[in-house]
Write a protein that binds this ligand. Structure first.
Ligand SMILES: Nc1nc2c(ncn2[C@@H]2O[C@H](COP(=O)(O)OP(=O)(O)OP(=O)(O)O)[C@@H](O)[C@H]2O)c(=O)[nH]1
Ligand SMILES: [Mg+2]
Length: 200
């Protein structure tokens, strides 16, 4: 099943596709930490990102050009400078910081409403589930208002009837899913990226 999946990917020429993805989300969500775990498998403490950085990362068999943008309020103003030719958005949320769910939702809604991104798949990562107080997937799904937006976690190709489980899944529906993860424990995001790869 898995072999079959990758052979189709390579047949379609997506094998090692140089996809451009943006890591977005509020400050302190864990974007830079994830970037470095993906890039050189190293966990480190990072200062809040002031300047966007781009790195080449390979997840599974897809090569990404990942742009790590700062999440603090001033840094958010330049997110839109990176929207051109973007292939996917990874939107990270700190699942522990309930007080900022609303702020995160507002930023996510702004992105989802942006014309330039109307066709772009969104992988939403609820990070820090290693912390016992972290919100559950269901709680975060509700807090971010995702119930009617998610398209299902099954691998799928756009236009071939996406959607393995959730609602939606029609042809013109933007792929969007929420996966819970812990970057420090190196769990959860792999499934998310695998899901995302199937739409690139
Ligand atoms: N408990 C826990 N903490 C994490 C995890 N991932 C990241 N962190 C911590 O969260 C804090 C912020 O991480 P960063 O990667 O700097 O966050 P960022 O999203 O890049 O923040 P900005 O650059 O300000 O936008 C750091 O103290 C990380 O160690 C995780 O999976 N679990
Ligand atoms: Mg950062």
């Amino acid at each position: 099943m898995f072999e079959w999946f990758w052979s189709i990917l390579s047949y379609l020429g997506l094998y090692y596709k140089n996809a451009k993805i943006l890591f977005l989300g509020l400050d302190n969500a864990g974007k830079t930490t994830l970037m470095h775990v993906l890039k050189d498998d190293r966990l480190a403490q990072h200062v809040p990102t002031q300047h966007a950085t781009a790195e080449e990362v390979i997840v599974g068999k897809v090569r990404f050009r990942a742009f790590d943008l700062g999440g603090h309020e001033v840094a958010r103003q330049i997110w839109r400078n990176y929207y051109t030719n973007v292939d996917a958005i990874v939107f990270m949320v700190d699942a522990v910081d309930r007080e900022r769910f609303l702020e995160g939702k507002a930023e996510l809604d702004r992105l989802l409403a942006d014309e330039q991104l109307s066709d772009v798949p969104f992988l939403i990562l609820g990070n820090k589930i290693d912390v016992p107080q972290a919100a559950s997937e269901e709680e975060l799904r509700t807090a971010l208002g995702l119930h009617h937006l998610t398209t299902g976690k099954g691998d799928g190709f756009r236009g071939m009837g996406a959607g393995g489980g959730g609602g939606g899944g029609g042809k013109d529906i933007r792929p969007l899913e929420l996966f819970m993860c812990s970057v420090v424990r190196r769990m959860g995001y792999g499934e998310g990226f695998r899901w995302l790869s199937s739409y690139l």
